[in-house]
Design a protein around this ligand. Sequence first.
Ligand code: ATP
Length: 360
Amino acid sequence: MSNTPLRKGGPAARIAVLPGDGIGREVTPESIKVLRAAVKRPMDFVDLDWGADKFLREGVSLPPGAVEMLRDEFDAILFGALGDPRVPSNQHAADILLGLRFKLDLYVNARPVELLHDRLTPLSGRTERDIRIMVFRENTEGLYVGVGGIFKKGTPDEIALQEDLNTRKGVERIIRHAFAYARQHRLKRLCMSDKSNAMTFAHDLWQRVFKEVRQEYTDVDSRHLYIDTLAMEIVRDPSQFDVIVTCNLFGDIISDLGAQLGGGLGLAPSGNIHPGATSLFEPVHGSAPNIAGKGIANPLGSVLTSGMMLDFLGWPQEAALLKEAVRAALRENKVTPDLGGNLKTTEVGDWLAQYVSKNS
Ligand code: ATP
């Protein structure tokens, strides 16, 4: 991840806060609470009300000029979640989240898989030391670009096409980012994963770029695994991986698998990053309509996400403090019911804020 300090608005870091829908609106304020307690440096938070309510009220998802405003006036976006049963098409979520990913060219999807307490992994016998992997998913290309079509829809002769778009530039920059991250963090083992034995055009490009770039990083021990082999190996022995880099679709799947190894959706953070430019940080979980409004959403994923944002802003000490606070909450069972605790969302936030105040 880039440590380049940005600062669009002078000395203060400018953060656009986009809680969105459902539990996004419950966990994001807890993150702000913890950030305010942990970070003594100047930070400006600006709330944005984009989400289902606005979409239903005004028909607006991503307002005109939004992308330019975020790009020019903000260092980072702290995102909650989007998705609401009143918008079955999920149109507003696609407009906002995919719109920002593509228009801000957030080509790095960083999804750390980290076990922060031994009791949380479903793998027996595994400990914190075994599960610490940074997964880099290509975030702007592949099968998610929406190129394709349907012919003869609804007939027995229907044809559906979905194109897998891979550019030399796109593949190279994500592979390069993964190697640079491994070197910067002194992580020895990098795995590039594809399906080049079956996807003989698209992933042949991944193979060729990987072989080229790895020659510049002989200090990193790099290897290749087909995605199906990776899926088996990551469950059999997660301790063999430090950094994984893969395409959009495989990254989506393997990082969710990883999220479960690290304790489940409520704990998993992510960053949508363009190094050196406005980037967006979001917990991996969605809006969870089934528990929204009950005050029991787990805010730890959002707090860890805020930690990733601090790292991105060039404040690793404060980032480490947030992670330490989450570890402490897990140790002392100051957690929500999904993790076996009995605290409310706001009580977890209060506990974390107190912890970081005492320890900062
Ligand atoms: P969306 O469609 O917005 O992705 P979803 O409910 O389909 O929402 P998630 O929100 O990702 O999917 O989560 C699936 C389930 O996991 C939720 O219904 C909820 O029970 C649980 N869950 C997810 N995040 C949390 C959290 N932060 N705290 C507690 N439970 C959670």
